[in-house]
Design a binder for this molecule. Structure first.
Ligand code: NAP
Length: 283
């Protein structure tokens, strides 16, 4: 993945409730193994990616961090996100988990630290959240947020701590539009990052509605779906290891979907079911 120097147009940013700005498209790294992550991140940085999403549970923070450090982009221009896994929930464990993630990444601060899953049956996410707020006050993380939190989990965080997450990273795509969650987040100024934004690259991208909209705009199905996220104020973090798709997934800032496109895509909602954050557990 090397070649001539590329000049990338900056990805537009969104403002978070912490005052920080976050790129409006990022790179997901789930299932990019440690050994490949460095070269993928370096290439992604060259073509304009600045928001990089990883997690302790992906087992690739070392490779991701190596790519960030080796990239021809200053650290402060990146927006680095990682997540705390279930086994590290709890007030004291949270600080240790952050230290371990920073150590693996080889970085001295994070742009965004997320609680990966709420694990409500363990009932430690409020304590975890309090610890994250303290880490944020100490400057080790610039913004704090959550992932896979339902409106009820978010309400409890706010009621018990008074601190509203900057970001909630949730599974969203046109077949799983999560309208109620989006309205709840918008009311509270929480930015939603969409995971699985392309439906994991499966049949969503072969859907005739999606293909028709993509053809109309002279774009690929992936680009049409990513534009749906952007038009809805969502921040997609598509994952790919392939250089051609890395570029394709950033080629979404020169068009908009029409209101007819949006009406057609709304009809796809409900065709995919979500993982249930009230019962799903991983440690
Ligand atoms: N918070 C959470 O609980 C959670 C859960 C899951 C994921 N995530 C995050 O969200 C990121 C994205 O989600 P995801 O990886 O599950 O799914 P995704 O981004 O919707 O889809 C990734 C799949 O689509 C393919 N792909 C990428 N760009 C494409 C394009 N333009 N056209 C056709 N296929 C394309 C990729 O294959 P190739 O690599 O072969 O191109 C890969 O198989 C993850 O990597 C991770 O960072 C978070």
């Amino acid at each position: 993945m090397c070649g001539t120097t590329l000049t990338a147009a900056p990805v537009p940013a969104v403002l978070l409730n912490s005052g920080a700005t976050m790129p409006s498209v990022g790179l997901g790294t789930y299932e990019i193994p440690d050994a490949q992550a460095e070269s993928v991140i370096r290439w992604a940085a060259r073509i304009g990616y600045r928001l990089i999403d990883t997690a302790a549970s992906y087992g690739n923070e070392r490779g991701v961090g190596a790519g960030i450090r080796a990239a021809d982009v200053p650290r402060e221009d990146f927006f680095v996100v990682t997540k705390i896994r279930g086994r590290d929930h709890g007030y004291d464990a949270t600080a240790r988990a952050l230290e371990a993630s920073l150590d693996r990444l080889g970085l001295d601060y994070l742009d965004l630290f997320l609680i990966h899953w709420p694990l409500p049956r363990q009932d430690r996410y409020v304590d975890t959240w309090r610890a994250m707020a303290k880490l944020s006050a100490n400057g080790l993380v610039k913004s704090i947020g959550v992932s896979n939190f339902t409106p009820a989990h978010l309400d409890r965080l706010e009621q018990e701590t008074g601190i509203v997450p900057a970001v909630n990273q949730v599974q969203i795509n046109p077949r799983l539009a999560q309208t109620a969650w989006r309205e709840h987040a918008a009311d509270r100024g929480i930015v939603l990052q969409s995971w699985g934004p392309l439906g994991h690259g499966g049949s969503l991208l072969q859907d005739p509605v999606v293909e028709g909209i993509a053809d109309f705009h002279g774009k690929t199905a992936g680009q049409a779906v990513l534009r749906w996220h952007l038009d809805n104020g969502l921040v997609p973090i598509p994952k790919t290891k392939r250089p051609s798709r890395l570029a394709e997934n950033l080629g979404v800032f020169d068009f908009h979907l029409t209101s007819d496109d949006h009406r057609e895509l709304e009809l796809l909602d409900g065709a995919q079911s979500a993982m249930d954050p009230d019962t799903y557990e991983e440690f």
